[in-house]
Design a protein around this ligand. Structure first.
Ligand SMILES: [Cu+2]
Length: 400
């Protein structure tokens, strides 16, 4: 492939959505059905509690009055039965890892409650929802909380549809920043490895990619936007960066040093900007870099050349690594939130970042508010951002 410039890469998650999402959104709303393992009434009650709590700025200013328990939540809101501790992939036992792989594949055998077409599996429904109106939940304030909730629903699906009983794992990519493709994540172990980029070149992949033909997901077929083999490209990073300048930049984009720097972000909005690397030339951010360094499914089907899907990063949930990467982004948000006064902070902009991406001609900025609704297109209810702010509250009920 040709040398890729920084701006092209930054645009990968942005370019195509205007043209592809309109018809999907209208047809999705009428197909939304209830998922039996989601407590819709409880979530509605919890959403009211969270909004009531968050909008009380005086309570926010006073730590002693700032907990939901102190203010009293609605009696109709369920309580967490336990707070689950999430684990880094390397901390899972072999049996847990094996079961996680089994449950992930099992989602391909489960129905999708009418959430999406053309595929009717729950596995594909997650990808489909992620492709729908993607600018509602990328490069804006909703991004981190939307993906927090999305990852939580995915874990619920693994539990209630496929009997997975372990924690939702995260990939601390910073542990592997010097050699991400040497990470144990990309092991070829047929039981517990996510596999490498494989050996079979898929020529339909316009930007170069290889069928994943080893590991637990060997020869996995995914269906959004069209049926194809799960694809990665470990050489993309080097191909795009023959001089090595970018290679350094990409690794540094998710180094421990970078994580420490991101955690100093003064506001929630600064954290979003820094997580996506939108303010630093040559730094792609902790969130974006692990997408960009691969091409293939984790970076979207650049392979459907001359279609609305070209250069669309939104099919990333096709690659099971997506979930572990986003749980890690969530962990960094959680860590930031543990600082004094940050737990309930939510600010910035509902619209995508027009300031950092001036060439996109995006609509004028609309300030974000904790009552903003995060859309899930039938994959559970839409929720106010406030409900996703604290992971230890019901229904999220987890910590790190
Ligand atoms: Cu996303």
């Amino acid at each position: 492939m040709k040398h890729l410039h920084l701006t092209n890469v930054v645009l990968l998650f942005v370019l195509p959505s205007f043209s592809v999402t309109v018809t999907q959104a209208s047809s999705l709303s009428s197909r939304a059905q209830k998922i039996p393992w989601i407590d819709y009434a409880g979530i509605e009650s919890a959403a009211r509690d969270a909004l009531h709590h968050v909008v009380d700025r005086r309570a926010l200013a006073d730590p002693a009055a700032g907990s939901i328990a102190a203010r009293g939540s609605s009696s109709s809101t369920p309580k967490c039965k336990k707070i689950e501790k999430r684990k880094e992939w390397r901390q899972l036992s072999r049996a847990e890892k094996k079961d996680y792989m089994r449950a992930t594949k099992c989602l391909q055998t489960k129905g999708n409650y009418g959430i999406s077409k053309p595929s009717d599996t729950l596995y594909d429904a997650f990808t489909q929802v992620h492709t729908t109106d993607q600018l509602d939940f990328h490069i804006n304030s909703a991004f981190m909380l939307w993906h927090r909730w999305f990852g939580w629903i995915h874990h619920q699906a693994l539990k209630y549809e496929c009997g997975y009983s372990g924690p939702a794992p995260f990939w601390n990519v910073s542990m592997d920043y010097k050699n991400p493709f040497g990470s144990p994540i990309y092991s070829t172990d047929p039981e517990i490895g996510f596999g490498t980029h494989g050996t079979i070149v898929r020529n339909e992949i316009g930007l170069g990619g290889y069928q994943v033909d080893n590991g637990a997901f060997a020869n996995l077929k995914v269906n959004i936007p069209i049926p194809h083999y799960l694809t990665r490209n470990f050489s993309y990073w080097k191909d795009a960066d023959p001089t090595g300048v970018w290679g350094t930049a990409l690794g540094e984009s998710f180094s421990p040093k970078q994580v420490n720097w991101v955690l100093t972000s003064p506001t929630y909005w600064d954290l979003e900007i820094n997580m996506d690397g939108l303010n630093v030339t040559g730094n792609f951010g902790i969130h974006d870099s692990p997408h960009y360094m691969l091409m293939g499914d984790l970076n979207g089907p650049g392979w459907v050349a001359n279609t609305p899907w070209a250069l669309n990063g939104t099919t990333a949930p096709n690659d099971p690594v997506f979930w572990l990467h986003h749980q890690n982004v969530d962990r960094i948000l959680w860590t930031w939130q543990q600082q004094p006064g940050k737990q309930w902070e939510y600010n910035g902009y509902k619209t995508s970042d027009h300031i950092r991406l001036p060439t996109l001609d995006l609509p004028p900025p609309v300030p974000a508010h904790p009552s903003d609704i995060l859309p899930f297109h039938g994959l559970g209810p839409d929720i106010p951002a406030a409900l996703a702010l604290k992971t230890e509250n019901w229904p999220l009920c987890y910590t790190f």
